[in-house]
Design a protein around this ligand. Structure first.
Ligand SMILES: *[C@@H]1O[C@H](CO)[C@@H](O)[C@H](O)[C@H]1NC(C)=O
Ligand SMILES: *[C@@H]1O[C@H](CO)[C@@H](O)[C@H](O)[C@H]1NC(C)=O
Ligand SMILES: *[C@@H]1O[C@H](CO)[C@@H](O)[C@H](O)[C@H]1NC(C)=O
Ligand SMILES: *[C@@H]1O[C@H](CO)[C@@H](O)[C@H](O)[C@H]1NC(C)=O
Ligand SMILES: *[C@@H]1O[C@H](CO)[C@@H](O)[C@H](O)[C@H]1NC(C)=O
Ligand SMILES: *[C@@H]1O[C@H](CO)[C@@H](O)[C@H](O)[C@H]1NC(C)=O
Ligand SMILES: *[C@@H]1O[C@H](CO)[C@@H](O)[C@H](O)[C@H]1NC(C)=O
Ligand SMILES: *[C@@H]1O[C@H](CO)[C@@H](O)[C@H](O)[C@H]1NC(C)=O
Length: 318
């Protein structure tokens, strides 16, 4: 009964492999995860490449390797998604994201649309430098499509490789993917060190963002949100905003990202800073008048009321 979708998948697989890359020996190169740091196939193209192996149950009910191939990220090729949609949603590759933050948290997560509901996931990762393995994590089973861990002192290492095994009855689907840590670094939000309003200028100054890869101020770009307006800034550590209305409050937020040029950019923005409120420096004139009028009229009226109250209060003394 359930042979049909599997055969559909398989024929799809053949079309797919021919369409993209098809090489004998793909299974060999992907088979031993420990050796993937030196597998140049994973980063030989300019486009993101994923190595994929598929195991299916054969006629004797044994899991057997069916095919392995390298696939270019489907988001780049318009022809591919249509083909992939045939298999109850979507067959490979899974959209895996990898983030490393400044506290050395490493997070992987992936999109599970199209994956059968009761699929199980297990992952393992490698840290590589100069094509050599520095660390290999044990295989870990996961209840949900997220994996977080804290890296040790090895985060200056160049690359990270994930092996994700998605398994459900009759199928093991194994995706191997490599990232350069530099390109998935998520910076901390910038730190303001001076924020002032002077005459009609708003003046902002911030610290050089901390990155594991550079101390060059030209490497960063920023988004600065002043109330509802956004300013795009780069290669600087201060900004002054003209035409400030000293009677207004300004809500200020900023975030940062590494520039692709002249540096090697990251694909992630930092979080936004928390909201900084500046101003008003002087109170609204109409507020002044309002207060004055209230005081001027209110004070004598209340005195009068108190006087009257005292005068006509019934006195019961025994
Ligand atoms: C994998 O697919 C390719 C392309 O269709 C084919 O040439 C190759 O024989 C297949 N390998 C296996 C082990 O099925
Ligand atoms: C995988 O490679 C490692 C390191 O080269 C080796 O020690 C191990 O025996 C290999 N495993 C398999 C199953 O080939
Ligand atoms: C199924 O796979 C096992 C292990 O690879 C093999 O020994 C067996 O002959 C296969 N059965 C069929 C029907 O292909
Ligand atoms: C992959 O996931 C990321 C974040 O979850 C998303 O921004 C991106 O558009 C996705 N790519 C595709 C091809 O779906
Ligand atoms: C990684 O995941 C942990 C736990 O879910 C979370 O606290 C942390 O903010 C995440 N880090 C990044 C960079 O996404
Ligand atoms: C990282 O290095 C510092 C100083 O060399 C050391 O104190 C710390 O324990 C190390 N952390 C890990 C996770 O290895
Ligand atoms: C994939 O996961 C299944 C279920 O956990 C496991 O039995 C199988 O050995 C894994 N396959 C590989 C090649 O790691
Ligand atoms: C902040 O910047 C303003 C404008 O340049 C300057 O007048 C002021 O002295 C600075 N304050 C500090 C604490 O650096």
């Amino acid at each position: 009964m359930c042979v049909c979708p599997l055969w559909q998948a398989l024929s799809l697989w053949v079309i797919f492999s021919v369409h993209v890359v098809s090489e004998e020996g793909d299974y060999k190169s992907l088979q031993n995860f420990s050796q993937q740091c030196s597998n140049g196939q994973l980063d030989k193209a300019l486009l993101p490449l994923q190595g994929i192996s598929l195991f299916l149950t054969n006629d004797s009910g044994v899991m057997e390797h069916k095919n392995s191939t390298y696939i270019v990220d489907y988001s780049i090729d318009e022809d591919i998604p249509a083909l992939l949609d045939v298999f109850s949603g979507r067959l490979p590759p899974l959209n895996i994201s990898c983030i490393v933050d400044m506290q050395n948290h490493l997070n992987f997560s992936w999109d599970t649309s199209g994956v059968p509901e009761h699929a199980q996931y297990s992952v393992s990762y490698l840290l590589c430098r100069d094509g050599e393995k520095v660390l290999e994590s044990p295989k870990e089973r996961l209840p949900s499509p997220v994996f977080s861990t804290v890296l040790g002192n090895q985060t200056h290492q160049d690359h990270i490789i994930l092996q994700l095994n998605v398994s459900y009855p009759g199928v093991w689907y194994i995706q191997t993917q490599k990232w350069e840590i530099l390109t998935v670094e998520k910076l901390d939000p910038p730190q303001f060190i001076n924020t002032t309003i002077q005459s009609d200028q708003l003046y902002l100054k911030w610290d050089l963002p901390k990155s594991k890869h550079t101390k060059n101020p030209s490497c960063f770009r920023y988004e600065l949100r002043i109330n509802d307006e956004v300013r795009y800034l780069s290669k600087k550590l201060s900004h002054s905003e003209p035409n400030i209305d000293q009677t207004r409050t300004y809500k200020i937020q900023m975030r940062v990202k590494m520039l692709s040029f002249p540096c090697r950019g990251s694909i992630y923005w930092s979080d936004w800073t928390s909201v900084l409120n500046l101003g008003p420096l002087i109170l609204q004139p109409d507020f002044h008048i309002g207060v004055m009028v209230t005081i001027a009229l209110g004070l004598p009226m209340s005195l009068l009321a108190i006087l009257l109250l005292c005068k006509f209060r019934p006195i019961h003394q025994d």
